[in-house]
Each structure stands twice: as structure tokens, then as C-alpha cells.
Design a protein around this ligand. Structure first.
Ligand code: UDP
Length: 239
């Protein structure tokens, strides 16, 4: 890496699927270690790092509710799944020598700290990686919305969405070779064209709080630090 990071405090949103190995579900240790290494390398650049992790590799509320389960109960299970992912990630990051705290929006005192905004701020100032677990703590929301919410609360300079591809495309590039990749988008472009980046409430929240969103590939080694120094490939969504 050549340049200095352009941002001081960032929030990385990773879906639970980013922790799976190809063709499986659940948590894959090698994959978790790879993502932990990406996070550790950014933390070593003196960037304050927040992480919001999804739970879709383990449980998704909407899918369960289509099979008859009460949506709110299913969503609570989804939020618990994010706590498992957060603990796996914390463990892997700490094995790399970086202090990490998990703060859960659903208090569970014997497992991790409860989410308290000022405490989270203090951890960041002490250069600890802070992983926000259990989404927003409310059913009928997503971890994308939790990411935008925590980024606003923490005063993050940027929200990074780690995906399977290197930006936002007009269509799924893995299925459609003619899909166009966007270098830059306005928040309103994403909403009006219904581009599948993050859900609409997350985009609106980022827009209202003027937080740029960088969409990049979490699969590409070194990409997290590269996009922060301006040399990596990503799509930027801003005003
Ligand atoms: N969830 C929720 N409220 C939140 C965040 C998440 O109810 O604030 C539940 C919801 O059921 C969701 C699941 O947790 O399906 C996992 O989160 P998400 O689908 O956002 O994970 P990802 O797709 O990023 O892996």
C-alpha cells in the first residue's frame, strides 16, 4: 500500500454470507480469518474501525417467516445469528493482536458488552475494533440499516459495503456479462433505479447524514485498505 488512508473513522458492513465458504452455509474458519486479516490491516493504519456483521449465513428472518414462523421471532433469531458471527470475527481479529470489542444491541451480559454509544466511542478512541452485533435490536430491520445507523451515531467518515464484486452494477455481473459497472452514483440514483446495494432505509439514512458509501469486493485480498487509500476499485455513492 502506497498512500495514507483518506478516512479517520470507518464502518465496514459485511453480510453473513461473506463468512461462508463456497457452496456451504454457516461459518468457515479460513474465510473468517481472511476477513479478520483485512480488518486488522486497516486498523494497523491507525484508522478507527467499526464493523457491522450480518447473519444471513445462519438465519434470515424473512425466509423463516414465509414458512409460517412469526416474523418478529424469526427476526430475533436472525439477530442472534449476527452475534455468533461477531464472536467468530472478534476471536479471529484478536488472534492477530488487535483488541476488539463486540457490542450487542440486544443485551447479553455474559457473552459481550451491551451497545452503549459513548462506550463504543471510547473503544474507538483507544483504537479497538468495535463490532456491532444484533443489528438494530429491532425486528423488521436489517443489518444494512444497522450499519447506516451506527455509522451516523459514531460519526464515521464513510460506510463501506463489502460485497462479492468490485462495485455496483446495472445487473448481476456474475450472471450478465453485459452488466455495466458504475464508478459513482448519487443516493437518489440507487433509490430510483432500485439498485441492489443496500436496502432503501439504509441508503436514506446515509443520505440524510451525508455519509458516503463505498461498495467494494471483500473477496479481493487487500481491497479494504486499498479503497481507503484511494487505489482500490469501488463504486462511490454520495450526494
Ligand atoms: N435482523 C433484524 N433486525 C435488525 C438486523 C437484522 O431483525 O436490525 C434479522 C433479520 O431477520 C435478518 C437477520 O437478522 O434477516 C440477519 O440479518 P441480515 O439479513 O441483514 O444479514 P445479511 O444479509 O447482511 O447477512
Amino acid at each position: 500500500m502506497s498512500a495514507d488512508p483518506k478516512y479517520k473513522r470507518v464502518l465496514l458492513k459485511c453480510s453473513g454470507e461473506a463468512l461462508m465458504a463456497d457452496g456451504t452455509t454457516g461459518i468457515d474458519n479460513d474465510t473468517v480469518e481472511r476477513i479478520a486479516a483485512e480488518i486488522a490491516s486497516v486498523s494497523r493504519l491507525d484508522v478507527e474501525v467499526c464493523v457491522v456483521i450480518g447473519g444471513g449465513n445462519i438465519f434470515r428472518g424473512v425466509s423463516a417467516s414465509t414458512h409460517g414462523m412469526a416474523r418478529a421471532s424469526a427476526d430475533y433469531m436472525g439477530m442472534l445469528a449476527t452475534v455468533m458471527n461477531a464472536l467468530a470475527l472478534q476471536n479471529a481479529i484478536e488472534r492477530l493482536g488487535i483488541e476488539t470489542r463486540v457490542l450487542s444491541a440486544i443485551p447479553m451480559a455474559s457473552v459481550c458488552e451491551p451497545y452503549i454509544r459513548r462506550r463504543a466511542m471510547r473503544h474507538l478512541e483507544k483504537k479497538r475494533v468495535v463490532i456491532f452485533a444484533a443489528g438494530t435490536g429491532n425486528p423488521f430491520f436489517t443489518t444494512d440499516t444497522a450499519a447506516a445507523l451506527r455509522a451516523a451515531e459514531m460519526g464515521c467518515d464513510v460506510l463501506l459495503k463489502g460485497t462479492q464484486v468490485d462495485g455496483v452494477y446495472s445487473d448481476d455481473p456474475l450472471r450478465n456479462p453485459d452488466a455495466i459497472r458504475y464508478e459513482r452514483l448519487d443516493y437518489m440514483d440507487v433509490l430510483s433505479q432500485d439498485l441492489k446495494v443496500m436496502d432503501a432505509s439504509a441508503i436514506s439514512l446515509a443520505r440524510e447524514n451525508n455519509i458516503p458509501i463505498l461498495v467494494f469486493s471483500i473477496q479481493k485480498p487487500g481491497a479494504f485498505s486499498d479503497v481507503l487509500t484511494g487505489v482500490g476499485r469501488c463504486t462511490i455513492i454520495e450526494q
